[in-house]
Every structure is written in structure tokens, then in C-alpha cells.
Design a protein around this ligand. Sequence first.
Ligand code: AP5
Ligand code: MG
Length: 216
Amino acid sequence: MRIVMLGAPGAGKGTQAKKLIEKYKIPQISTGDILRQSVAEGTPLGKEAKSYMDKGELVPDKVVLGLVEERLKQGDCGKGFILDGFPRNTAQAEALDGMLSKINMPLQLAVSVDVPFEDLMKRLTGRRTCRSCGQMYNVHFSPSKTGGKCDKCGGELYQRDDDREETIRKRLQVYESQTAPLIGYYSGKGIVRRIPGTGSIDDIFGKITAEIEKIK
Ligand code: AP5
Ligand code: MG
């Protein structure tokens, strides 16, 4: 099963991808998570990436493509993968097609999670993430029951550096201009399914899995 999750910042790509990996036992490849890990480790790549992420801009394609190519070579991708936050523009989508055709594993589904623009700001400013297990919370919609700690593992909850209003605005602009056109790109290949991303997380998950079952 080879899936791409499309959708604006805050649409719920990561939230849904985490549920999909539990159900289908295939890895989530989130370029945002990989880049944040490099930032936290203070690697040269992380330092370069941070300057773009803090401004809400895309990290250069060359950097991201290298990371994804390495990740796809790992054994756990043999049964499939869920790409979350990649590709982000047409150049990345074309490069991905090239990588996957070399290993004869073309994409099967591009799920676009559609959320009205006005809901995204509240979702992003309210997001909190567990530093240990990555579980996502939202102070407005799904707060942790234990306050500042993760209900699942007790880890510390943190707010992402790029979840400040000004940076969010820039990320949303970048999405509209560079990433939203990918819906047309994958429609042309006949693999897009558009899922309304409002409503309960479980309802949205049900709609996504219904589409996945059709391609299995
Ligand atoms: P990335 O980490 O990919 O961020 P993003 O695309 O901006 O998306 P988010 O992670 O913010 O949103 P999400 O859709 O995953 O929503 P979530 O599930 O968390 O990228 C960050 C940066 O890294 C980029 O700006 C760029 O600089 C760089 N980067 C990454 N990939 C790159 C690439 N390929 N090329 C170049 N640069 C790249 O949910 C959000 C909140 O909403 C949570 O609090 C959640 O609990 C809540 N929520 C979820 N579902 C619901 C619901 N149904 N109802 C109510 N609340 C909900
Ligand atoms: Mg995410």
C-alpha cells in the first residue's frame, strides 16, 4: 500500500497517518518529522532546514529529496508506506515518481484531507505534541486529560516553533501556491480521493480507510 497524504497545514495529515500505521503496520514517512528530528539533533542539515522552517518556507528540494530517497531504501518500506508532508510541489512529485518507478512501486492513492481555511489557524495554534511518542493533542478540540503531560506515555507536551500565527500564515500561503496544485497533478493520474477533514477524527479515519480498502 503506497499512499500520499495531501492537505493544508493543520488538515490532520499527521493525526490520520498515525492511525493508519497502527491499522496497516506500514511506516509513516513524514518529512516534517524527519526535519524536526535533525533540528533537535543540531546536525548541519538541521541547522540549514531550521532557517526555512522558522519562516514557514519550504526546505530546498535537494535536501528533502535526499532524505526521502534514503528513507525509502529501508527494509520496512517493502510492504508500503504513507508519505505525510511530501511531496510539497510539482518538482518533488515528479522526482518521487521517478524514484518509485525505478523500484516498480508506483503510488496507489493520494488522499487529500480538505479543511476550510478558517479552521486551520485554530487547529495549529492549539496543537500540542508529545516529545516522547509524538501523540498529538489540541487545547481547543482534544486536550490531554493530564494537563501538560501525554495521556499515552506521560511525556512532555510541546508547541511547535512554526505554530506561531505569523509563520502559520506564511505556511498556508505556501500551501496554496505550491502544494495545492498537486491535487490536480494526482487527479491527472486518477489516484486522488478528496476526504472532508472536518468532523471527528474517527469519522475521517473511517472515510480514508474505506478508500484504502478499495485498492487492497
Ligand atoms: P510539516 O511538518 O509537514 O507541517 P505541515 O504540512 O505544515 O502540516 P502540519 O504537520 O502542521 O499539519 P497536519 O496536517 O499534519 O495536522 P495535524 O495532524 O498535526 O512541515 C513543517 C515544515 O517543514 C514546512 O513548513 C517546511 O519548512 C518543512 N517541510 C516539511 N516537508 C517538506 C517538504 N516535503 N519539502 C520542503 N519542506 C518541507 O493536526 C493539527 C492539529 O489539529 C492537531 O492539534 C490535531 O490534534 C488537530 N486535529 C486533527 N484532526 C482534527 C479534527 N478532525 N478535528 C479537530 N482537530 C483536529
Ligand atoms: Mg504533520
